[in-house]
Design a protein around this ligand. Structure first.
Ligand code: CIZ
Length: 370
């Protein structure tokens, strides 16, 4: 049971959005602590050596998201795997000859990999690692919302379950949401958007397209504050502010660059600036620092420091991926991700639509990208 379904928010569009129970975040933090707990002497080296040999034995490749820990990202790169956003992870998995994909990330990423690569075995270190956006958009309530607005084209963010994708006309990532919504508006289509309200509002404001917006949010991006960033800017006046569009509108307002994970990494490389204040999950610093070792990257401040989190910006579900459970999944060949075939086929249609759209427009950019 993921959700406190008795409590529901009535959004302005009458979508019944479940309230995320705080205990789910705490459960994820507790599971993450098992992965991040200090290593015994020699344990880390032993785990890395074991993982490397098991990857070969299982004909597996490690594909890690930008939001996972630096040690997982480094291991993916050292072993011929890949570090990327969710779509590029799935694309890489598709092109790589390995028969098993190990997806270090959150559940919807494993599902996307399976939807695009049905013939491959997809394993995850912990398939219970999920995403607040996915949890806040259960398929039944979402389908009802869609049924109530049959004259709208349904556009869903990648951070959703396979079932929700199967109900959609289009899947988008944050990197491609603006041009797809603009394209749909050009086709005189009305847009129903889910699940991220902040990304939805950003797309609506940037494109001028009126949209019905599901009221979900990311527990991490939701916490960044404009005042915190402005205060930090007083100490680092030359810093550029990089903001992911899952952040609230007031945070987007103070950004120099707004964009997807890939767009923010690119901006940090290409901008002639030495200091950056970054409002997204800090796992992204691994790639930013790798590309620009001399530059300084600062976490954007959040609204509060909770006693239960090691770092309030760290996604508790992403942090459930570690060396320990990665070694276990390779050893036991368990935690396989399955997507029911009927759902898979339906979810593939809007995913493929996005990929075909992206292919036709190779120079896609998000507003403010360097
Ligand atoms: O699609 C992804 O990987 C996510 C979660 C965000 C992004 O901006 O790339």
């Amino acid at each position: 049971m993921y959700m406190n379904t008795t409590e529901m928010n009535e959004s302005k569009n009458q979508a019944r959005v479940p309230v995320l129970a705080e205990e789910l975040v705490e459960q994820a933090q507790a599971a993450a602590l098992k992965q991040t707990a200090d290593y015994a002497p020699g344990e880390r080296e032993e785990l890395i050596a074991r993982i490397k040999s098991l990857l070969l034995k299982q004909d597996a490749v490690l594909v890690a998201h930008y939001y996972t820990s630096p040690e997982l990202q480094q291991l993916a790169e050292e072993t011929g795997g890949f570090v990327a956003d969710s779509l590029e992870m799935a694309r890489f998995g598709n092109e790589h000859p390995a028969t098993t994909l190990i997806v270090a990330g959150v559940r919807f990423m494993g599902e996307t990999a399976k939807i695009l690569n049905p013939e491959k075995r997809v394993l995850m270190p912990d398939p219970a690692a999920t995403c607040s956006l996915d949890l806040e958009c259960p398929v039944d309530a979402f389908s009802q919302f869609c049924d109530e607005h049959p004259d709208h084209t349904v556009v869903v963010y990648a951070n959703t379950s396979a079932e929700v994708k199967a109900r959609a006309d289009w899947v988008v990532t944050s990197g491609i949401a603006l041009p797809i919504v603009e394209y749909l508006a050009g086709q005189k289509q009305r847009v129903l958007w889910a699940p991220d309200k902040h990304l939805g509002s950003y797309v609506q404001k940037s494109t001028g397209v009126e949209m019905l917006i599901w009221q979900g949010s990311c527990v991490i991006h939701e916490r960044f504050t404009a005042d915190g960033i402005k205060n930090l800017k007083l100490k680092y006046p030359g810093a550029a502010v990089l903001v992911h569009p899952e952040s609230p509108a007031e945070v987007i307002e103070v950004a120099d660059v707004v964009g997807s994970t890939t767009a923010l990494i690119n901006a940090s490389k290409t901008m002639d600036v030495q200091e950056f204040i970054v409002a997204t999950e800090p796992g992204i610093f691994y790639k930013m620092k790798q590309a620009s070792p001399g530059k300084i990257f600062l976490e954007a401040p959040t609204g509060g420091i909770s006693a239960t989190c090691e770092s309030c910006m760290r996604c508790p579900w992403m942090a459930m991926n570690g060396l320990r459970n990665l070694a276990e999944v390779l050893e036991n060949v368990n935690n396989e991700i399955f997507v029911e075939e009927d759902i898979r086929r339906k979810a593939l249609i809007p995913l493929q639509r996005m990929m075909d759209f992206a292919k036709k427009r190779p120079s896609l950019k998000v507003k403010g990208n360097a």
